[in-house]
Design a protein around this ligand. Structure first.
Ligand code: ARG
Length: 601
């Protein structure tokens, strides 16, 4: 990963100072050093108060080991480090406060180096080659065919799309997978409903809403006429047996749905590297079942084939129903093994809602038991590499009712409404804007996308139209607006932006805050990958935009706005380098979230 040079210097200084200050202690323990610079680097924090410095190292946990109170340790080590501070390029001061050791950096140096790096590496800034081409699978979206693309699949779609981009940025070979729900007993129902009430139309001419109606009707009628359920089971059996006419009907359901999904993906800018589905695994389940049987993991319970998980919190995993039908879990087991054998991935992520948490626990547990039984060597095991990436619910207020059809909120309706609202907003704020429609699309879609990153992934999202589309506050449009404002400053700058500027001219407190956030962007990208949560990047961008807006609105001692572009050419050059750097990072950060940034809005 791209390491922050200043942070590294501080970590090195501390590692050495600890060793010097506690040499006798270490010696009596029979070791030379207890913590190295790398450990310190990874455990550095940000001081709560920016005036305390740039980095902080908490020493509380060493109190026992070193037999001293935390403030004593902090002070002793800080004093030792201060003595040799001149040998650490870029460190300005090392101080202690309570149980923390704080460092201040040489600000002009940090500003100069950070901005130069951004101006030179441009959109590559914040990336690394840490992944070294290793494979990460990210499965997301995965809607069910013959059903409308509802709001229930919004978050997985958007989160997964972003995780795909984040891991790519870190040098991984990422495969974004869409695993369609295209198999299962519900298709027996659909087929029966279509034949009975489809009115002889061609599926290809129908819309998913027609399919939904039929599905709803099936359930209503089956309440009265139970034999319909038997009929559906029979139809599904035929489908499984490959009956040509039944298969043809199923294929058409799939196409109709795919057309609708593709429209939504296009609107949202969602990309996949592989579109597959449950049906693909049909012929891959039997070998897996055989393997589980051979490993002695299966048993029969009430006629069904199960794997008992030997876990008081998990029910057994059902492989086959008494009638021989396979299940959702059976297909996931086959999929886990298929993907592992095919891709030998570093990680395989399943971005699926919390509601399926037990399902994934069960599936992973079965694989774990199998690997144990088969005595698979540790580095050939997939367990530990597969992860269920859960997330909270999306909650809509009552305002959504107008777009509720049946009991489902259609994703396409949500997006279209957002774009319409954005268009109204533009008409009101900037009626002369050239690409009004295109910009409205970017803003409306950006608002919907951003809403899903506005809180930590495990938390529920409250979707409020006014909030989501606001140009202020923690929203997508706010970040887009900040980006457009930066672009406008750059358009007004009469010269070329250059990496040769006088860094000492960036000496305002407000500018310092911006530079720090720019310098910390690569770490935010890493953090987002580590926690599988693009919210880390979203929150970082909000802080950056806020910090920049304080630079933009800064007043001089006479109470006048201290302009970025002024008659002072050198000062303007330094400030515009900052502007272009912020623009680059906001643009790149938004693109990691899958959000486009207009130049004007
Ligand atoms: N199609 C499923 C649904 O809509 C989600 C699939 C999740 N992925 C998986 N490998 N099980 O609920």
């Amino acid at each position: 990963m791209t390491k922050n040079r200043f942070r590294e210097e501080f970590a090195r200084a501390l590692a050495t100072a600890f060793q010097q200050a506690y040499a006798d202690k270490f010696e009596s323990m029979g070791v030379k050093e207890v913590f190295d610079a790398e450990f310190i680097y990874d455990n550095l924090e940000k001081p709560k108060d920016a005036r305390m410095g740039r980095f902080a190292f908490p020493v509380f946990r060493f109190s026992k080991l070193l037999g001293a109170k935390p403030p004593e340790i902090a002070q002793r080590v800080a004093d030792t480090a201060s003595e040799s501070i001149s040998s650490y390029d870029g460190l300005a001061a090392v101080t202690s406060a309570g149980g923390f050791i704080n460092a201040a950096t040489d600000f002009a140096a940090e500003a100069g180096e950070t901005l130069c790096e951004i101006l030179k590496s441009k959109s590559a800034y914040g990336g690394s080659d840490r992944g070294n081409g290793r494979t990460v699978l990210v499965e997301y979206s995965s809607p069910n065919i013959a059903k409308p693309f509802g709001i229930g699949h919004l978050r997985t779609t958007i989160l997964g799309n972003s995780l795909r981009r984040i891991f790519k940025k870190l040098g991984f070979d990422v495969i974004g997978v869409n695993y369609l729900g295209d198999w299962g007993t519900q298709f027996g129902k659909m087929i029966v409903a279509w034949r009975r009430w489809g009115g002889g139309a061609r599926v290809a001419d129908s819309h998913v809403t027609d399919l939904l109606e039929l599905y709803v009707r099936f359930h209503e009628e089956a309440e009265k006429e139970d034999s319909l359920n038997d009929e559906a089971r029979l139809a599904f059996k035929k489908l499984e047996e490959g009956d040509p006419e039944t298969v043809k009907l199923w294929e058409q359901f799939r196409e109709t749905s795919q057309a609708e999904f593709d429209r939504v993906y296009k609107l949202l800018g969602i990309e996949f590297d592989l579109v597959t589905g449950e049906a693909f695994l049909n012929d891959k389940m039997e070998p897996v079942i055989k393997r589980l049987e051979k490993a002695g993991l299966t048993s029969i319970s009430e006629g069904a084939l199960i794997v008992d998980l030997d876990d008081p919190h998990l029910p057994p995993c059902l492989l086959k129903k008494a009638d021989g039908a396979t299940l959702y879990a059976t297909r996931d087991l086959a999929g886990l093994i298929y993907r592992w054998e095919k891709y030998k991935f570093e990680q395989s992520l399943y971005v699926v809602g919390t509601a399926q948490s037990d399902h994934f626990k069960q599936a992973f547990k079965v694989i774990g038991l199998l690997e144990d039984k088969e005595q698979v060597p540790p580095d050939e095991r997939m367990i530990g590499r597969v992860k269920h990436i859960e997330f909270g619910w999306v909650r809509f207020g009552d305002q959504m009712l107008s777009t509720r059809r049946g009991n489902i909120i259609f994703l396409e309706d949500v997006i279209n409404k957002a774009v319409d609202l954005a268009r109204e907003k533009i008409a009101e704020k900037n009626p002369d804007l050239a690409d009004r429609d295109e910009t409205a699309l970017m803003i409306g879609v950006g608002a919907v996308l951003y809403s899903q990153f506005s809180v930590r992934r495990q938390k529920d999202v409250n979707f409020d139209w006014d909030e989501v589309l606001s140009f202020e506050g923690e929203t997508g449009p706010y970040l887009q607006y900040t980006h457009a404002r930066l672009c406008s400053l750059l358009r007004n700058y009469p010269a070329e932006v250059s990496a040769e500027f006088d860094q000492s001219l960036l000496d305002k407190e407000e500018e310092r805050r911006v530079v720090e956030l720019l310098a910390d962007f690569p770490a935010a990208v890493e953090d987002a990958a580590r926690s599988y949560d693009p919210n880390v990047i979203a929150a970082h961008l909000i802080r950056l935009a806020g910090a920049f807006n304080r630079v933009y609105q800064r007043k001089d001692d006479k109470g006048r706005i201290d302009k970025i572009i002024s008659d002072d050419a050198n000062l303007s050059a330094a400030r515009i380098a900052l502007v272009e750097s912020v623009r680059t990072v906001i643009y790149e950060g938004l693109s990691l979230l899958g959000i486009q940034a207009p130049q004007e809005m």
